[in-house]
Design a protein around this ligand. Sequence first.
Ligand code: KG4
Ligand code: ZN
Length: 378
Amino acid sequence: MTDSPLLQDRRLGRNQMTGLTVLGLETSCDETAAAVVRLDDEGRATVLASVIASQIAQHAPYGGVVPEIAARSHVEAIDAIAAQAMGEADLSYDDLDGVAATAGPGLVGGVMVGLAFGKAVALARSLPLVAVNHLEGHAVSARLGADVPYPFLLLLVSGGHCQLLEVGGVGACRRLGTTIDDAAGEAFDKIAKTLGLPYPGGPALEKLAVGGDPDRYPLPRARLGHKDCDFSFSGLKTAAARIAETLTTPDERRDLAAAVQAAIARQLRERTARAMDLYAQGHSGEALRFVVAGGVAANATVRAVLEDAAHSHGFSFTAPPLAYCTDNAAMIALAGAERLALGLSDPLDAPARPRWPLDAAAAAAHPSHLAGRKGAKA
Ligand code: KG4
Ligand code: ZN
């Protein structure tokens, strides 16, 4: 295998002083991931390595992520995964300019593993540490595969989150809407379970829906006509579960899967269209950019419906490459590099934060949005 020009330059001692090379670590849910990303002086990102060890097989017997199993599995995997990423990037720790680790939101036992590993590397190599908000990672993920300048309108749609955000830059997110109950990925997963599909349900439901008739089962259209940009999936979940109990044939299951997928995509479109109108009002005369990110952005129907909505509202459309839709460490490394480029880093006692809203002001103003005892989740 021939080396990339970037790596050849590095070995020859060129480019040493330009750009930032960052190790990213992601352990907030059921993927142990490490990546090395280089951000050049023009703000372009190159992924030098991205390694993801999925724990799906360990959680599958339980039908969902078991936090204790996740934390233990991250402890067992993190050394080897980080070493593999550094090996694939063909770099030593001395070649790094910083370490970025997810510090929340997520399952706190897992978050602590990656964050502690990142702190150890930072301390041992005298590198700056960036404690990255996982959601900020998803927010920058489209910039791993395309040139998407700030600002843009973001739909962040994953297993734990469903939010519309105006992204002005790193650390400058304003929330326009969020879910008042379940996240879209959570709806996919829970409905998939009632259809007897294995965890994780989203990709399994997408597979089952192929060739199905999305109009066979009418499903509720939550929040239609509401002026805000909030989502709700609990009515759809209940309706789908009731229908699922009555099904007997494979064709019926396939058609219900198609109807559920279409209903989730339709609501994402309707609420996003509302946010596009609001965003366009505040950015008249500017280039309008829309980005969808997070695990649910891997769904082809969701992508197609949102791309159509973007174009009919005068927005460009960008989704991350599929590998960077679901959880990965390249997006964490990039968020860290963008923060370092702005001179931002965190102390070595930065805490793991199970709940950490991107837009703290919006979360505090609407505490009913997924508020828990310890504050807003997302
Ligand atoms: O971003 P992600 O990996 O983790 C979180 O931060 O939540 O998203 C995982 C979620 C799961 O709910 C999964 O079912 C959903 O994304 N997902 C999908 C697809 N691939 C992943 N949902 C629908 N269709 C897919 N192809
Ligand atoms: Zn995620």
